[in-house]
Design a protein around this ligand. Structure first.
Ligand SMILES: Cc1cc2nc3c(=O)[nH]c(=O)nc-3n(C[C@H](O)[C@H](O)[C@H](O)COP(=O)(O)O)c2cc1C
Length: 207
């Protein structure tokens, strides 16, 4: 068991806990293998049931407390967010034993500056997915990627990728609450951080 002196500062200090999750989110935007790179996005589906799936963390803006995700504009989550913009993103780092649950309000961007900047910043290999000819989730009579044959296994040219733009959407999640959980053999720690209205206010919770 670690000695109390070996415990990270965030074990007993709310500001350190907040700084830690902020830095972890920031790092994950640029580090492909960061454990926070692939959170679970939960929405409420059109029948009122929960739906959860992995997405890639694409951007973080601490000024506006917003997270950017990319998706296919034809995917089910777009209609779900349109019906109910309340979403949660769950992140977990198995080495640091830290989970955060980020609650926010999502908005879908397809043809504005936000979407355009996101599209231009995405790698060609990522943009290729939006060339799929069939709406995600459609029943198929045989297994298939849905991509046109000429781009299967290839990185398409910029000219070819232009045809994918109309299927691309950026999702902006503005968050005002973050729950933090740190697992430790010395005793777990849990806290909630709320934006109120110009700073984060943290409260310890029973784990
Ligand atoms: C590692 C991984 C990363 C993924 N990244 C994304 C992503 O960034 N955006 C996305 O829309 N789907 C992503 N997916 C696919 C989703 O999990 C999901 O299957 C898809 O978006 C369809 O979801 P929906 O029908 O609920 O809208 C990813 C899946 C995995 C396994």
């Amino acid at each position: 068991m670690p000695e109390p002196s070996e415990m990270p500062a965030h074990y007993g200090d709310l500001d350190s806990a907040r700084n830690t999750w902020t830095e972890m989110l920031q790092s994950a935007v640029s580090e492909r293998t960061h454990p926070f790179k692939k959170p679970v996005l939960a929405t409420i589906d059109l029948e009122g049931k929960p739906k959860a799936r992995i997405v890639i963390l694409r951007g973080l803006d601490l000024e506006t407390r917003s997270i950017r995700l990319h998706t296919d504009a034809r995917s089910a989550k777009i209609d779900e967010i349109g019906r109910n913009p309340d979403v949660m993103l769950a992140f977990y780092d198995p080495v640091k034993e830290i989970q955060i649950q980020v609650s926010g309000i999502a908005s879908v961007h397809q043809s504005d500056v936000y979407a355009e900047v996101a599209w231009k910043g995405a790698a060609p290999s990522s943009r290729r997915a939006y060339l799929a000819e069939i709406k995600p989730g459609t029943n198929l009579s045989a297994p298939a990627s849905g991509l046109p044959a000429d781009v299967e296994g290839k990185i398409p040219s910029e000219e070819r990728l232009a045809g994918a733009r109309s299927n691309f959407a950026a999702i902006q999640v503005v968050f005002e609450q973050v729950e933090w959980l740190f697992l430790s053999p010395n005793g777990n720690r849990r806290a909630r951080f709320e934006w109120q209205p110009d700073r984060w206010v943290g409260t310890w919770l029973a784990p």
